[in-house]
Design a protein around this ligand. Structure first.
Ligand code: C2E
Ligand code: CA
Ligand code: CA
Length: 572
């Protein structure tokens, strides 16, 4: 019969009883190596070694079996524990097993011993396996498989504890968010594998610059978070040093698909308790700080600032209210006259939308147009703006006022929307408006489409007799090829060029160049943002056709424009 080794710890005051037990084990097919202890201290010391099983007497002079059980369970959760006793009664035996012993065997009656031992060993093995599986699961939950940094869940849990601790200790905790700029260009352009390799390398670099107390986690994709606990309130050096080390992780190029690629990163961070009092706030604020850092070019960092949240909340407010505002017609057009410099006649007006919010009053297009563009609401809003402009033209005409051309600002998305020209034609017809009295102000980006839709739309519009102005000229790409390819009627020199006239010689040179070029191309030039007489004079001397700006006339409601339309001249 093959024997099975079994490392046996015996808690027993009588040496002979221990020997009898060992003998019984041998007879049952085991090969026991054993140690006997009879007091608490020796038991505790013995538990430093590895054991397969513990046998314990129930009543001893110096020690109690139930105490022995407790000592063992405190240290070895899964170690099989069997009571061997002559005195144990049925009731107490049941209680002992309830307290965590695997079994009990009556002293001298060792027939049940092999069954009891095998059963206890098997049970322990299953418990161990179960625990290992559980640990594996915990690990999967807590450790990111790709980068071996912590997972989001573990990070948040640990951060909560760090915050609690910092609160008690009167310390600060830094929460740093780090990601790669334009990571999508790697993932989408080169492939997910390359993206993963970049993430792994970044994790390696970041892990290398933090201390053992800090926790790094990958929250998702290329988004990493680092929690730095234990910053003392008086310490002003740690945070800048960390920021520097984090940004330094982007100095060396990354090996992407066998090529060295220079990548830049954005770090946003906030401090507890200065920048937020709870987990949710801090995470949100670090995110906001990071999105601000993203706006800068190259690698950069930003600490959370209260205005970020105000801006963010304002934005959420606008997003929520905008859709309803479109349904409830809360928009109104203002009109800003355009002066033909040579004749001092008012040859047109630019329409500028205003949102009259029922509670917040007038909201500027600079605030809500970008939101409308990002949410796609610019399409219904832009449509409404076209209708408002046409309705106004019709109303003025109805009142017998001389016709004036109305410039309407059109967002790129709106211009590139399929059927834009047809839709506009329908509106113009509906209000009985002369297409020649409409000018569309678009920016260069509207012309930058992959296919020929922009060209087709332009062609269709000029066929209808609608003129096109290129707005904000000089600020974007200012690609001259657009001027050549597209039937553009007007160039609007952006007000940033006009602002420093006539003193800024470089800007003056640019304005001269634009005017000279436009003249050759037979395109009319409108300069916007004229705020004083010197600017107007400079533009007049430079041969600019049309001027627009606060100095000539501020944008005003339709009714306020009536007298000017009637007269047809402007006093400047
Ligand atoms: P923009 O198309 O460049 O419009 C000119 C802006 O300059 C207007 O601001 C106007 O009030 C302002 N302005 C006019 N003269 C002067 C001046 O002498 N000095 C200064 N500093 N500013 C002057 P507003 O009305 O706040 O519009 C801002 C922007 O919002 C517009 O810039 C345009 O991009 C957009 N926007 C306005 N109305 C509409 C619209 O109906 N549809 C679309 N898609 N965008 C619009
Ligand atoms: Ca404009
Ligand atoms: Ca402009």
């Amino acid at each position: 019969m093959s024997t099975r080794p079994i490392r046996t710890l015996i808690v027993e005051d009588v040496e002979d009883d221990a020997s009898l037990l060992v003998l019984a084990l041998k007879r049952s097919g085991f090969d026991p190596s054993f140690m006997r202890v009879d007091n608490r201290d020796d038991l505790v010391a013995a538990l430093d070694q590895e054991w397969d099983i513990v046998f314990s007497d129930y009543t001893m002079p110096e020690f109690d079996g139930m105490d022995a059980l407790e000592v063992v369970r405190e240290r070895r959760e899964d170690l099989p524990f069997i009571f061997i006793s002559g005195t144990i009664g049925e009731d107490r035996a049941v209680e002992a097993v309830k307290s965590g012993a695997q079994d009990y065997v009556i002293k001298g009656q060792y027939k049940r011993l092999p069954v009891a031992v095998n059963h206890a060993l098997e049970e322990a093995r299953m418990k161990r396996e179960h625990r290992r599986a559980q640990e594996k699961i915990d690990q999967l939950i807590n450790i990111d498989i790709l980068t071996h940094t912590a997972t989001r869940g573990f990070f948040l849990e640990t951060l909560i504890e760090s915050l609690e601790h910092a609160k008690d200790a009167g310390e600060k905790v830094g929460i740093f968010f780090i990601n790669v700029n334009n990571f999508r260009s790697i993932n989408d352009g080169i492939g997910i594998k390359a993206g993963d390799a970049l993430i792994v390398e970044l994790a390696r670099r970041l892990s290398g610059v933090i201390s053992d107390r800090d926790l790094i986690a990958r929250l998702y994709a290329d988004q990493f978070a680092i929690a730095v606990p234990g910053i003392s309130v008086t310490d002003a050096d740690t945070v800048p040093a960390i920021v520097k080390r984090l940004l330094d992780c982007f100095t060396e190029p990354f090996l992407v698909n066998r090529y060295n690629k220079k990548m830049t990163g954005s770090v946003g961070y906030c401090l507890f308790p200065d920048d937020g009092s709870d987990l949710q706030q801090l995470i949100g604020n670090a995110t906001l700080a990071q999105s601000h850092a993203k706006r800068a070019s190259g690698s950069s960092f930003t600490r959370y600032n209260e205005t970020f949240r105000q801006d963010y909340e304002k934005r959420i407010f606008l997003e929520n209210e905008l859709e309803q505002a479109i349904h409830q017609n809360e928009f109104l057009l203002h009109f800003q006259p355009q002066l033909e410099i040579a004749t001092r006649r008012m040859i047109g007006v630019e329409s500028l939308v205003r949102w009259i919010h029922p509670r917040n009053g007038v909201i500027s297009p600079m605030e809500f147009i970008p939101v409308a563009e990002e949410t796609g609401l610019i399409l219904p809003l832009g449509n409404e703006i076209c209708r408002l402009a046409c309705r106004q033209i019709a109303a003025w005409k109805n009142d017998g006022l001389p016709p004036v051309r109305v410039a309407v600002n059109i967002s790129t998305q709106q211009f590139q929307q399929e059927g834009f020209a047809e839709n506009l034609k329908r509106i113009i017809e509906q209000f009985g408006v002369d297409p020649a009295s409409i000018e569309l102000e678009i920016t260069e980006t509207a012309l930058m489409s992959d296919d020929n839709t922009a060209f087709a739309t332009m062609t269709e519009l000029s066929r209808l007799g609608i003129s096109i102005a290129l707005d904000d000229f000089g600020t974007g790409y200012s690609s001259l090829s657009y001027l050549d390819r597209f039937p553009i009627d007007v160039l609007k020199i952006d007000r940033t060029f006009v602002a420093d006239l006539p003193f800024d010689r470089r800007k003056a040179a640019i304005v001269h160049a634009i005017i000279a070029m436009a003249e050759k191309l037979d395109v009319k030039v409108v300069a916007e943002g004229i705020e004083n007489a010197e600017q107007l004079q400079f533009l007049e001397d430079s041969g600019c056709d049309v001027a627009q700006g606060f100095f000539i006339q501020r944008p005003a409601e339709a009714d306020a424009i009536r007298p000017l339309l009637q007269e047809g001249t402007l006093t400047r």
